[in-house]
Ligand binder design. Sequence first.
Ligand code: NAD
Ligand code: 6OD
Length: 491
Amino acid sequence: MAADGSGNIRELKNFIGGEFVASGNTFENTTPIDGTLLSHVHEATKEMVDNAVIAAQKAAKIWSKMPVEARCKVLYAVADGIDARSDEFIEAETLDTGKPRSLASHVDIPRGAANFRVFADLIKSVGTEAYQQDTPDGLGAINYSVRHPHGVVGVISPWNLPLLLSTWKIAPAMASGNAVILKPSEETPTTATLLAEVMKEAGMPDGAFSVVHGFGENSAGEFMTTHRGINAITFTGETTTGGAIMRAASHDVKALSFELGGKNPSIVFADADFDAAIEGTVRSVFANCGQVCLCSERVYVERPIFDKFVATLKEKAEDMKLGRPEDPDTQMGPLISHEHRDKVKGYYDLAKELGATVVTGGGIPEFGDERDNGAFVEPTIFTGLSEDSRVQKEEIFGPVCHITPFDTEEEAVSMANDTEYGLASTVWTTNLARAHRVAQGMEAGINWVNCWFLRDLRTPFGGMGLSGFGREGGQHALNFYSEQKNICIKL
Ligand code: NAD
Ligand code: 6OD
């Protein structure tokens, strides 16, 4: 029986040149809710990736030459197509990831559609640079730049926000006139396949968008990163995978954009609105079972409110309802897989070995029903570890934080910045001057004050250090997905 109760086990094929294509080799896609088999996924062969590239190169010539208005019409139709089939997308995303339906229906799927609208709007209005230049003969010159798409862009995406994060790349790449080949995570292949159906229904030229399923090494991921016909790779995932992709893509010096891991700090000052800081920290630590790259794993709380903060966060964590996606009361689902649960539980055990105080959690919940076959883990809070312990240095990517007290602003900023990552930070304070000072002092690409994961899609998004390089969002994304060519005209 499939997890949707229908008894249907889907076949997820590759989408190449406008057709769904089977391969001789399939892998199983199971749900982390209870381990039920969802689908057989056709792993793309090297030849299939070659075919996707040939089709993309051909389609890029048509797609990039289409009037911007006509291209945008197709992108709007894709957004409308996602909205029209949103129930199917939500169902697929919740089964693949185990995340609560409330999250998929309010964040993942609407953002997937919004990404296409935002970048279609932007490409219609974005300008380029122009300069008048003096020359010795007094006649001068004019310089202006034009955008030129790369050609074929490879999108390699992770499992935590599958549709949201892949379309965050696909939409600006396609708005810029590129053809795209998407390799979704092997853990979450379903919404990518649905997106391919929507692209076809929306009238996307054959080959302009392809989906190849598979893994990294010696599979579709590596076939893409080493393919000379793919001009740019945009990747979101683990830092170590980014390193492997960088090495593979170095042979033909592909353009690269990397959104990688994080070990994000949250600083709570004693003057913060306490309830807002608690509510925000519950979200920033436990949302999506802690599997958002922006989640706070290191929380720093000013000493006068430390005990009250820890006690209140503990209460909230213990009240949290773990369950199936379709249950409207569910606040937290399972982790993505048993393999990932082993990793997260490994860090829980390490924290205990290192002498952490377990404020709450630290284990695997028991339900006494089929969820015991799933990949659930307890929401967890630790205190008492030193700042240089591995638990404070390495990304865990689960529903867990460590809370450290601090006495001065300088101490908090220094501890928050003591990381090789540099993705996101959050500051809670009602002191305006301090809010600006501390936020600007953070060595991270995305910094929130009195909020978390509040997104304006025009703003630069990306990390520093081990969190990656390149900026996505608004015009920054268009700058990555096109080459700016300068034209110099002597008058
Ligand atoms: P991952 O790196 O394991 O996999 C991501 C994608 O890369 C998958 O599609 C995978 O198949 C592919 N891949 C793996 N090895 C490859 C290789 N050698 N060549 C080509 N492709 C390869 O990441 P994940 O476990 O899916 O996602 C979780 C990680 O992603 C966390 O570290 C998280 O912080 C990070 N992340 C970062 C952001 C951000 O915006 N910075 C957003 C979401 C997730
Ligand atoms: O909101 C976004 O655009 C974005 N890229 C979010 C990333 C979340 C990481 O897991």
